[in-house]
Every structure is written in structure tokens, then in C-alpha cells.
Design a protein. Structure first.
Length: 440
């Protein structure tokens, strides 16, 4: 199903009650310990695991971070023995290759593990199938809350929450005369300046600002904190070239003045490495990196014992955190046989159990029974509690995100004004949206 085939406009997709309900579920789940209480009723049946039809090919495409590996590991351990093959491709390029990989018939992969934005990216091209029948057959142990339902069709099964938020080195803040973790962007910038001025670190800040998707997402975070709206209500017309958009870019420019000179080449692997090497004191990074940062592997006791995870910064004290809330979950490809689809769903569903969670508790903010929130979950939980918005599940949002990622670097490098960069992003989006049928 896609928006053109179903006769749905972008606005119709946004306003569907089931979709709006799904957009809000993250905030409800991760706020104030709700995870444990909401998931406590989901009991996993110990013993025999139903892996669906035997002799099938299970082929998974996924991002490359510990929580995703944990789910795929459990699925493989449970069901690889009865499959003809069980293959996995964990790559940081999953977003870029997934549509092309699922377009052939048969598709290259039987499942893609997705997030908010990538589900709509695949749905727009009709590349993932409704899961209602498979959930009925193999999903008795899956909490109903985790079914990502759009227009009555379950299109994905979520298993973890995520967002970007603030990481701080409290020992370095203290050395610079700062006695509390920053809560606003101005406080982050002031803290970075104090650290530099004290001669402790020249470049104390890390952010995921690699040119492309990461630049676009970093803009989104600050734009939402400034109260920005991506589209005119009820339409797919962009409205990023606004006071909020200009303010967001100016805030980003102030932040990256304290970042490593190569910040436009840095995504999660690079920022995590800088943090673990003790070369950063403030970071806006993904919550899913929290466990790896705190576990001591590849780092030092000095770094891990003084790292604190807190809510994403806001513009004003107590304001909306500069973040987008995300879920990650699994889908099943349209262009595979029903038997392969069934075996793949059964294997992945079998992985979402308390034993997997217990073995990998700190790798994610799991939306599953058995999760015990710890230090690594603190930033995501605080960000959700502060009222951060979910990443929009709008069919056109990927086009706008891509345009932002392509057009904003010139402003950050000082080559053009904020207004010109935003106008260029809107123009690039409008061209792509017309080609895709979102705009006339």
C-alpha cells in the first residue's frame, strides 16, 4: 500500500487516527517508568519456539548497532537450524539501499529492521506487507501496544525506543567551574566556551553532523525545540524557511563552533569514538550509544564514571527538548513468498522475549517485558518525559529530510545565509515532492 494507490494524500496519512495514536505511543511508554508497568503483562512462553515453515530463506537488512544485533542474534539462535539459510546485513547504509533492495521480485531481503522514517520510506513504494495475519498466527506473545498500525494495517512491530540527547562529562564541567549539567542550548554553548577558555579542550562538543541525513536530523532537533513546523497544516507544503528555521540554523552554527573541525564527516561511530577516547565533554548523540559509552570497553574509568546522560537541550528552561522520539521495529517484505514471509516473521517475533532483554538490558530502551531501565536509558526517558515530539510518520518527510541534509552544509561552512540555505532546501524538496506526487 502507498499513499497514491490508496488515494490518501500526505495530510490524510498524517491525520489517520491510528497513525496519530502510533506517533504518540513512544512518549507514553518511556515516561516515568511506564515501560515496566505497561509491558509487565506480556509473558513469553518458555520452551518450544514456533519458527514457522521449515526450509525457508530468512534474509535481514538492518542498521549496525548493539540492540539490533541482539534481536537478530536471538532470531538466528532460535530459528536458523530449521531455515534453508539465515543471513544478515548490518550496515550504516541500510537507509540508502533498502528501497532498491526490496524492489525486485523476489526481494533481496525478507525483512528490514526500520524506524519511524524508514517505514514510511518503504511504504511509499509498497515494499512492505501488512502483518495482521502473521501477528495473529505468531504474535501471541507480542504486546499489542507495539503494533505500528496505519489505516487498520499492522505495518511493523516495534521493540525499542530511541532519541538523541545530551551526554556530559561532569568532571570536565566541574573543572570549568560549571556545577550542573546544561539544560538549554545557551547553557551547552556557554559550557563549551568555558571549557575552551579554561584550556581544557579546544573542541569539547560532539554532534552527529555528517553531511547528508545527519545534518538534516540535527536541524530537525533544534527546529522542533524552537517550535518549528515542517509543513503547512493539512498539506505537504514546506514551512522551514521561517523564524524558527533561521533560529535553529543559528543555534546549530553556535554549537558547531565548539565541535571538531571535521564535524561534517562525523556520524555515530565517529562521535562515540571521540567520546570514549576522552576527547569530548559535551555530546548530542543517540541514546542507543549510551550503553556502549558506559560499558568501559574501548574507554577508561575516568570517562565512563563521569559520563552522565540527560534530556536533550531545550531553547528555554523547561522547554521542549530538541529531539525526535524514535522506535525501531521489524517489517516483512512484499516481494517475497508467503512461506519466506511467515518464517521470517516467526523468527523475529521469537526474538522479542524477556530472555533476550535480560541478556542485553542496557543496549536499548526496550519496549518489551523484562526491561529494567538503567543509567543508559536515562537520557531517552528524560527526553520523552520533557515532551519531545516523535519523528513525523509522514510519507513526504523523507524528501524534506534529504533536502535539508543536502542544502544546509553551505550555511554551516559560512558560504551562504540561513535564509538562502533554507530557501534552497525548500526548493529542492518541492521539486522532489512534485515528482513523487505529494505536490501539484
Amino acid at each position: 500500500m502507498n499513499h497514491r494507490e490508496s488515494g490518501k494524500s500526505g495530510a490524510g496519512f498524517e491525520d489517520a487516527p491510528t497513525n496519530r495514536e502510533r506517533e504518540m505511543f513512544l512518549r507514553k511508554f518511556v515516561v516515568a517508568g511506564a515501560l515496566a508497568s505497561l509491558m509487565g503483562s506480556a509473558a513469553f512462553a518458555a520452551g518450544h519456539v514456533d519458527c514457522g515453515p521449515e526450509g525457508q530463506s530468512i534474509r535481514i537488512l538492518a542498521s549496525d548497532f548493539p540492540a539490533i544485533h541482539a534481536v537478530a542474534d536471538a532470531a538466528e539462535e532460535n530459528c536458523a537450524a530449521q531455515a534453508a539459510e539465515f543471513t544478515r546485513n548490518h550496515t550504516t547504509e541500510a537507509r540508502q539501499i533498502m528501497n532498491a533492495a526490496l524492489t525486485p521480485n523476489p526481494a533481496e531481503y525478507t525483512s528490514v529492521i526500520v524506524a519511524n522514517s524508514t517505514l514510511t520510506q518503504l511504504m511509499n513504494d509498497g515494499l512492505v506487507r501488512p502483518l495482521n495475519d502473521l501477528v495473529e498466527k505468531y504474535g501471541a506473545n507480542l504486546p499489542k501496544n507495539l503494533m505500528i498500525t496505519i489505516d487498520g494495517n499492522i505495518m511493523a512491530v516495534a521493540f525499542m525506543a530511541n532519541s538523541q540527547h545530551l551526554f556530559s562529562r561532569t568532571d570536565i564541567l566541574s573543572q570549568a567551574g560549571i556545577d550542573s549539567v546544561p539544560g538549554t542550548y545557551d547553557e551547552v554553548i556557554a559550557a563549551a566556551k568555558a571549557i575552551r577558555d579554561a584550556g581544557i579542550m579546544q573542541n569539547p562538543l560532539v554532534m552527529n553532523m555528517k553531511t547528508g541525513w545527519n545534518v538534516g536530523e540535527s536541524f530537525n532537533l533544534v527546529f522542533l525545540a524552537h517550535g518549528g513546523e515542517f509543513f503547512k497544516p493539512g498539506t505537504a507544503e514546506p514551512m522551514i524557511n521561517s523564524d524558527a528555521g533561521v533560529a535553529a540554523l543559528n543555534t546549530l552554527k553556535s554549537l558547531v563552533e565548539y565541535a571538531h573541525p571535521d564535524y561534517l564527516t562525523q556520524a555515530s561511530n565517529e562521535t562515540q569514538a571521540l567520546w570514549e577516547a576522552g576527547e569530548a565533554a559535551l555530546g548530542i548523540m543517540w541514546g542507543s550509544r549510551g550503553a556502549a559509552v558506559l560499558d568501559g570497553e574501548g574507554s577508561t574509568e575516568e570517562v565512563t564514571s563521569n559520563t552522565v546522560l540527560s534530556a536533550a537541550p531545550s531553547v528555554e528552561p523547561g522547554g521542549i527538548p530538541g529531539a525526535t522520539l524514535w522506535w525501531d521495529g521489524f517489517t516483512i517484505s512484499t516481494n517475497v513468498s508467503d512461506a519466506e514471509a511467515e518464517a521470517t516473521f516467526a523468527a523475529l517475533a521469537s526474538a522479542l522475549n524477556p530472555e533476550m532483554v535480560a541478556a542485553n538490558n542496557d543496549d536499548a530502551v526496550w519496549l518489551l517485558d523484562g526491561f529494567v531501565p538503567g543509567a543508559a536509558a536515562a537520557g531517552v526517558s528524560a527526553t520523552a518525559q520533557g515532551g519531545a515530539a516523535p519523528y513525523p510518520m509522514l510519507p513526504q518527510i523523507g524528501l524534506l529530510h534529504n533536502a535539508l541534509g543536502a542544502e544546509l552544509a553551505d550555511f554551516l561552512k559560512g558560504d551562504e545565509s540561513a535564509e538562502k540555505a533554507l530557501a534552497d532546501a525548500e526548493a529542492a524538496y518541492i521539486t522532489a515532492a512534485k515528482e513523487a506526487g505529494f505536490l501539484q
